[in-house]
Design a protein around this ligand. Structure first.
Ligand code: GLY
Length: 322
């Protein structure tokens, strides 16, 4: 069977800087190229998803792993979900810090009795695995956070006073992220030569969120697969959770819709409810689909010929097939 691959680096408002867009395109195409080569060489879908997620987590252009956005208290807490469609098994980590590849923890948990771990348990797993401490904060993300929070600091008698605390909901509301932000996530969906499907999602979250906020990435709402289809989502996590979008699309395929019909119906519902999101998917018959209600979805795919992408498609609501 011809392997299929689609990846994304987030959804949101259009990227108006041509150089930034070119850098994103170059990164996505290069990662699709590397992972697809491995799929063609016989890698299974889960290994391909892991490789793709690790490469995307390494790239500071994207909001996951290195380059993750900071939460309201200036800390990075990352989440990742992985689903193996053949085993129909979900695993994930929620709000983990100080690790280079959150997706590796999700992979580890595929074999554990406990499939999803949050902050404390995830940190303990990092220690048990002996993974090195890693600081994913980049200069750019730190500067963004400082600008966003600049009105919360004041120089008093020669030292810096912090006005407000992150547990104060009024302050958190005031810190609601710019609509340009907070929709980044990375995701990979793969179909291998033997017909196995897998999907992985990894994110730094929405940015400036309250401590303890939980992303869609490590939930079946954002990351879901069965033997019939695999889907990964990006965008505002709350919107994705309200739609339970990834699982919704997959279940519709199981119930007899084609992947494209399922994307069209589900995305139309999202559009009606003014959701802000995007998603990618592959069906067991090899169909590749993407859809969005955001202005842009940063996705690239390989169906066996040339690498394609969705970066120039700027109409707010769109569903397409590769
Ligand atoms: N979709 C990523 C998040 O909202 O956390």
């Amino acid at each position: 069977m011809q392997p299929k691959l689609i990846i994304h680096g987030g959804a949101g408002n259009a990227v108006n800087d041509a150089a930034a867009l070119a850098a994103i395109r170059q990164a996505l195409h290069s990662i699709v190229g590397d992972v697809y080569t491995r799929l063609v060489a016989g890698a299974d879908a889960r290994a391909a998803v892991l490789q793709g997620c690790r490469l995307l987590e390494n790239n500071p252009l994207f909001n996951s792993g290195t380059g993750s956005v900071l939460q309201s208290d200036g800390q990075v807490r990352m989440s990742a979900g992985l689903m193996d469609g053949t085993a129909q098994r979900f695993s994930g980590v929620i709000n983990v810090g100080q690790v280079q590849h959150p997706i590796d923890l999700a992979q580890q948990l595929q074999q554990h009795r406990d499939h999803v771990l949050s902050d404390f348990g995830a940190a303990q797993l990092v220690r048990e695995l002996g993974l090195p401490m890693y600081d994913p904060v980049t200069e750019r993300r730190l500067r963004e956070w400082m600008v966003a929070r600049s009105h919360n600091f004041q120089v008093v008698s020669g030292s810096v006073a912090i006005l407000g605390t992150t547990s104060d909901s009024a302050v958190d509301d005031e810190l609601a992220p710019d609509p340009e932000d907070g929709r980044g996530t990375i995701g990979v969906v793969a179909l291998d030569q033997d017909g196995n499907l897998a999907v992985g999602t990894s994110t730094g979250g929405r940015g400036l969120e309250r401590v303890g906020r939980v992303s869609d990435a490590a939930m079946p709402a954002g990351t879901y697969a069965s033997a019939a289809a695999a889907v990964g989502c990006t965008g505002i996590g709350e919107d994705i959770i309200d739609e339970c979008l990834a699982a919704r699309i997959v279940v519709r395929v199981e119930d007899g819709l084609s992947l494209q019909q399922s994307f069209e119906r589900s995305l139309a519902e999202c559009e009606k409810r003014q959701r802000d999101l995007g998603c990618i998917g592959i069906a067991a018959d090899g169909a590749i689909c993407w859809g969005k209600t955001s202005e842009v979805l940063l996705a690239a795919y390989q169906a066996g010929e040339a690498v394609g992408d969705t970066l120039d498609l700027l109409e707010a609501f769109a569903v397409g097939m590769a």
